[in-house]
Design a protein around this ligand. Structure first.
Ligand code: SAH
Ligand code: SF4
Ligand code: F3S
Length: 475
């Protein structure tokens, strides 16, 4: 069966489940762990469920279906999940709750073992390659009351045309590629998400155009390594294993060209993307960011470590100097460009000197935002087998030092915003104060300000008047 036929088949299952659920007013509760790709997957899960006659509820006690979309990038996500499944046991008995668990964690053998042993009451287990089969899996459970485990370990396919229920009406996430080929030595993602594969440019452009026609203003392009978009496909064409008979890749054959094409779409005002890999940040991408008015001059550029030694052990394929040179090059070519990053502290073998290198890069670049992580050993990765693991207390001590540096830098950097006028995309009422509006600057700073509700969804000029470290008050 082709991917198109598989989706056709799932649409029939959607109809079948909808029929079973008719006039029952059923609800579902979904909880998503992990990254924005997982959030986007969950939007598709919700899209399918709504078509099957379920409506979403925040109250798990009332739901007839509970879905957890899991992440395994660090240990704490796993622990939270097991706690949550444990809590469902009573509800399962009381409400005949159907429990479905999917996502990255389900691609791990030891997790499946643990579920089988300790949580055998889970009804559906699905993985990252079988998300689109949720209608079929759910139908089987409803019909037979049997448990379904639907996990496969493959390189992966690309499925189009799944229903979607989006979390925002202003900012739309668009996954442009799946999987990862980089195998950074600390990271589990390539093992659970399969190999790199990209969506066709026309499918992405159609989705963005559709979003624009629905009034969306900001597009977030998603992938584990967005600037290797279409790389595998281009290599396959070169080797003759893929034939581009339909001319899908004739005009757009790279990430830079995709950015330029999306930049042309009317109605969209901002384009962001996560995550690019520093080793693949080619000049054409830098030029596209520079030339495209809608592409934010704000780039998330994961550093992981500032030490060339550690970067080598991490299999990141760039040095401290190459990273700094890339930042300098971008600063020279793109006026006012700003950066955010991800950093891991305490990876195997990290010395005090290595850690000092990380602090050094942080001082030199001056990031707008730093996502900091304590290294978490992942079963099956090379990092887990390295002998020279760092003791927990040293990891924490380094984490705190990095945090202090980052916070003092951000506090200082925030001063440079005060008094300036920034373009802010208004997202909605502020969570803490319904009377205020909240939005973000191009550099992703949160701004809270007074204004009419009618401004939601538009771009407004806001004067930055007060700095509160993680957000600004504006006028
Ligand atoms: N593909 C993206 C993001 C992957 S996961 C990238 O390469 O940047 C998001 C972040 O989680 C990573 O950037 C990394 O900083 C962090 N991370 C990944 N594996 C980790 C681990 N084992 N322990 C701690 N942090 C980890
Ligand atoms: Fe993980 Fe590295 Fe791939 Fe990012 S690029 S998902 S950190 S292996
Ligand atoms: Fe987690 Fe999977 Fe994303 S492991 S970070 S949800 S790709």
């Amino acid at each position: 069966m082709t991917e198109v036929q598989e989706i056709e088949q799932q649409k029939q299952y959607i109809q079948k489940v909808a029929k079973l659920n008719e006039n029952k007013n059923l609800t579902y509760h979904i909880l998503t762990f992990g990254c924005q790709l997982n959030e986007n997957d969950s939007e598709k899960i919700c899209g399918m469920l709504e078509q099957m006659g379920y409506t979403q509820t925040d109250k798990i006690e009332e739901a007839s279906l509970a879905i957890f979309n899991t992440c395994c990038v660090r240990e704490n996500a796993e622990e939270r999940l097991f706690g949550k499944i444990g809590e469902l046991k009573n509800l399962k008995e009381k409400n005949h709750l159907i429990i479905a668990i999917g996502g990255c964690m389900m691609q791990e053998e030891h997790i499946l073992e643990k579920l089988k042993k300790s949580f055998s009451y889970v009804d559906i287990i699905f993985g990252t390659h079988t998300l689109h089969k949720l209608p079929e899996d759910l139908f089987k459970v409803l019909e037979t009351q049997k448990k379904v485990k639907d996990v496969i370990d493959i390189d992966g396919n690309v499925y189009e045309d799944l229903p979607i229920k989006r979390n925002s009406k202003i900012q739309g996430s668009v996954t442009i590629m799946y999987g990862c080929n980089n195998f950074c030595s600390y990271c589990i993602v390539p093992y659970v998400r399969g190999r790199e594969r990209s969506r066709k440019p026309k499918d992405i452009l159609n989705e963005v155009e559709e979003l624009a026609s629905q009034g969306y203003k900001e597009i977030m392009l998603l992938g584990q390594n967005v600037n290797s978009y279409l790389r595998s496909e281009m290599e396959a064409i070169k080797q003759g294993t893929l034939k581009d008979e339909a001319g899908d890749y004739k005009e757009i054959n790279s990430f830079a060209k995709l950015l330029r094409a999306i930049n042309q779409i009317e109605g969209i005002e901002r384009i962001r993307f996560v995550s690019p890999h520093p080793k693949d940040f080619t000049d054409d991408v830098i030029e596209a960011i520079r030339d495209c008015k809608k592409v934010c001059k704000f780039v998330h550029l994961p550093l992981q470590s500032g030490s060339t030694n550690m970067l080598k052990v991490m299999n990141r394929k760039y040095t401290k100097e190459q990273y700094l040179n890339l930042v300098e090059k971008m600063k020279a070519q793109i006026p006012n460009i700003k950066f955010s990053t991800d950093i891991i502290v305490g990876f195997a073998g990290e010395t005090e000197e290595d850690f000092e290198d990380t602090l050094d890069v942080v001082r030199k670049v001056g990031f707008e935002q730093v996502f900091m992580f304590i290294y978490s050993r992942r079963v099956g990765t090379p990092g887990d087998k390295m002998p020279n693991q760092i003791p927990e207390e040293i990891k924490h001590e380094r984490f705190n030092r990095l945090k202090q540096l980052v916070e003092s830098q951000i506090a200082e950097n925030n001063q440079s915003y005060l008094g300036t006028k920034q373009k802010v995309l208004v997202e909605g009422p502020s969570k803490n104060n319904e009377k205020m509006l909240t939005g973000r600057t191009e550099s992703n700073k949160v701004v809270v300000f007074e204004g009419a509700r009618s401004l939601v969804g538009s771009m407004v000029e806001v004067k930055m008047v007060e700095d509160h470290l993680w957000y600004f008050k504006g006028e």
